[in-house]
Design a protein around this ligand. Structure first.
Ligand code: PLP
Length: 414
């Protein structure tokens, strides 16, 4: 099957939002009309057709044995989570608040897992009452869960989140390997497994998550192989057979010039091999990958309206009603080392018309409030709509919306 997997199109990020009669469209709706329908700017629009297409593309590429989970941290908008819950095999949450969203969305508790350092007693109690799988990340959590089980009479379903003894290479954000606040160091896992057995918690498997935003298929393949080997080694000390093995994710999307879409084919080929090995070596285990950004990131666009056009010593500024407070990532202040422009377009002007070099800035009194730094965009002025692409993940919920007292951003699923 994997030989037939096509390489993803090396399309420009905006191709999901085609231009019609000089305007960008979202789900077939011209942007100015969508803005009227939403009622105000700025807003995020997520295209459900693009969400469907992305999941379908993954399903076609990956072996059937691999289960696909959505990490809702990437975009916790309830309508998006409700939509994704019907498309994927499970949901991953990282707080009691996200657990509520996942349950409200209709997520099956048997297929919801909970990871995150510093889970509070109240959150653990919510988790066992809901019957979801808890990824244990410290010895404290074992003791606390044992006490909660005794107190409530509910069983606790647990897996061990392992901090691996290697790193995910070429990752935008490393979340495993070396000293980390996430998971339990691989070398301490045997002792943790003994504690879990002694406490009588229902052990179900392992969770390994090495990092995020990776565009190199070879690096992901290598990490998934190492994760599998590590889990296989650790399984020898487990109190019961492994039923659930979460190999993480980290699939990235291209944001910046020169970046290429992730090639799924080698990843799919490798997962096919791992699934075959698992069928023999961990026969009761379900193999899972958990993705956030890759599933939703390219399906979203952030739209703001130009309020003013200013020229300062020869440099043109389009000042919009949106900015850093709604879209910290696009401003370059969410984990980027060197600021680069997200893909941006004037959504109410044809890309084929006259252009000029402009900076798109927001209304905040800080020079950090920058959506586009000297980009070649269609000539625009007050009233025009600016679209920031690749905005479906780590947008609204990852931004300091209260900063400077502007209204909260609207989100729509189109
Ligand atoms: C953040 C996170 C994810 C999602 O990462 P993406 O890069 O958005 O795919 C998945 N699992 C865990 C444990 C996470 O913390």
């Amino acid at each position: 099957m994997n030989d037939a997997v096509r390489t993803p199109p090396r399309h420009a990020p905006r191709s999901g939002f085609p231009e019609r009669e000089g305007q960008l469209t979202v789900g077939g709706i011209p942007l100015a009309r969508l803005a009227d329908r939403v009622g105000r700017t700025p807003f995020y629009a997520y295209d459900r057709g693009l969400l469907d297409a992305r999941v379908a593309e993954l399903r076609a590429a990956l072996p059937q044995a691999i289960k696909l989970h959505y990490a809702i941290k990437a975009n916790p908008m309830p309508a998006v989570v409700g939509h994704m819950a019907r498309l994927v095999d499970g949901l991953d949450v990282a707080s009691g608040g996200e657990l509520k969203i996942a349950l409200d969305a209709g997520g099956d508790p048997r297929e919801i897992s909970f990871a995150g350092p510093g889970k509070q007693t109240a959150e653990l109690r919510q988790a066992i009452a809901a019957g979801i799988l808890i990824n244990i990340e410290s010895f404290r959590e074992v003791d606390q869960l044992a006490a909660l089980c005794a107190d409530t009479g509910w069983p606790a379903r647990v897996a061990v989140r392992v901090n691996p003894d290697f790193e995910l290479k070429s990752s935008g954000m490393k979340m495993g390997g070396g000293p980390k606040q996430f998971g339990v160091d691989a070398e301490e896992v045997p002792a943790l497994l003994a504690a879990i057995g002694k406490a009588g918690l229902a052990f179900e498997g392992f969770h390994l998550f090495a990092g995020s935003q990776n565009l190199k298929a070879e690096a992901i393949v290598e990490a998934q192989c190492k994760c599998y080997e590590l889990a296989l080694r650790l399984a020898a000390d487990a109190p019961s057979p492994v039923r659930f093995l979460n190999l993480g994710g980290g699939f990235g999307i291209p944001y910046f010039p020169g970046e290429q879409a992730l090639d799924l084919a080698p990843i799919a080929a490798n997962l096919t091999q791992l699934a075959e090995r698992a069928a023999a070596e961990l026969p009761e285990a379900e193999l899972v990958i958990e993705l956030g950004r890759y599933l939703v990131g390219e399906a979203g666009v952030y739209v703001s309206r130009v309020v003013d056009r200013k020229v300062s010593r020869g440099q043109v500024y389009l000042v919009t009603d949106g900015g850093l407070h709604h879209h910290l990532s696009a401003s370059g202040n969410f984990g980027q080392v060197i600021r680069k422009n997200y893909p941006v377009a004037v959504g109410t002007r044809s890309a084929d018309g006259p252009t000029e070099t402009v900076s798109v800035v927001g209304p905040l009194c800080t020079p950090l409030d920058l959506l586009a730094d000297r980009m070649e965009l269609a000539c625009a002025g007050p009233g025009d709509l600016i679209a920031v692409f690749q905005s479906g993940a780590y947008g609204a919920s990852a931004s300091p919306q209260a900063f400077l007292g502007h209204p909260a951003v609207v989100e729509v699923l189109v």
